[in-house]
Design a protein around this ligand. Structure first.
Ligand code: 2X7
Ligand code: FE2
Length: 299
């Protein structure tokens, strides 16, 4: 089979607020407006992705947290309602999706052959987590491509951020190898926010943008440092400081999603495109695209 490839990699954050503000028919709560900067950034991403030929979306989500090893969806079809446990007032989303179980199994097997602890999730009643659903919907709302969903092993909590990153890098290498062997063209989504300190109370009107700002200036400075390195194509340097960034900003990069993405893409040395940066209930979020195809990195 011909060599598969990673067409594009995306930092694709999943605040449920963005879905709430967008009012897709699948979501029950309705909003007036809100978080336009980020939502318009996702629009620019979608415009770029619509020009690409791809077979599958591979998404790594912090909200599918597994304590023992890394898990992969192993059921071909899911249909249910996803409710955010913290923001049920914003996100009650009716989803129906297909899984590329063949590729899922191939990444699982490749990771296992490298000595990682892995498991296929074969429970047909499993509730797909909201991080997976939101990043997939905002990146490609047509839901006409199968997905591969990868859990986040909580190595950062059980050990530390450095250990988490070593594992995520291994998983990234396994992901790349499996995609290349599969002959498929994949878009990769790292579903996470950057800095992640957030307010503990919500305004009476959640979409009241007069209440929205970064929780702390220090968090903003850290987010900008990370984005500058992405924009400069200095992904290795970005990963070098990622454990410290994660510690200082309680970042959602503790999931391993961004480290996995950079490793799977073999540490891009070309400029990433930052489609948007914005805050959601005080957290820092960026929609960032590494367009490997336009760099001639992929066939
Ligand atoms: O899961 C999230 C998140 N990552 C960021 C902001 C707000 C809510 O939920
Ligand atoms: Fe989150």
């Amino acid at each position: 089979m011909s060599s598969g490839s990673i067409v594009t990699g995306v930092l694709a954050p999943h605040p449920p607020h963005l879905i709430y503000a967008e009012n897709p028919e699948q979501n029950e709560p309705q909003a007036e407006c809100g978080w336009e900067g980020l939502r318009w950034g996702y629009e620019r991403l979608r415009r770029n992705l619509s020009k690409k030929d791809f077979d599958v979306l591979v998404v790594y989500s912090p909200h599918w947290a597994t304590m023992v090893g890394t898990h992969f969806l192993g059921v071909p079809h899911f249909k249910s309602v996803s409710v955010d446990p913290i923001f049920p007032n914003l996100f009650r989303f009716h989803y129906e999706l297909d899984v590329d179980v063949e590729l899922s199994q191939a990444i699982h097997d490749e990771a296992a052959s490298q000595g990682m602890v892995t498991k296929m999730m074969t429970n047909p009643d499993f509730r797909v987590d909201y991080g997976t659903i939101i990043s997939c919907h905002l990146s490609h709302p047509a839901w006409d491509k199968p997905i591969v969903a990868i859990s986040s092993n909580r190595a950062a909590r059980m050990f530390n951020n450095d250990y988490m990153q070593v594992n995520a890098i291994k998983l990234g290498q396994a992901t790349r190898k499996a995609i290349e062997k599969s002959g498929k063209r994949a878009i990769l989504l790292a579903s996470n926010s950057l800095s992640h300190r957030h307010f503990v109370t919500e305004p009476p009107l959640p979409e009241d943008m007069s209440k929205e700002h970064i929780s702390h200036h220090g968090q903003y400075l850290w987010d900008m440092r990370m984005l500058e390195l992405m924009r400069a194509g200095r992904s290795k340097e970005m990963l070098d400081i990622l454990p410290d960034f994660t510690e200082q900003t309680v970042a959602e990069t503790d999931s391993g999603a961004l480290s996995w993405l950079m490793s799977a893409m073999d540490y891009p040395d070309y400029a990433a495109e930052v489609h948007a940066y914005g805050t959601v209930i005080g957290t820092g979020n960026a929609v960032v695209e590494w367009d490997a195809q336009s760099q001639g990195v992929t066939p």
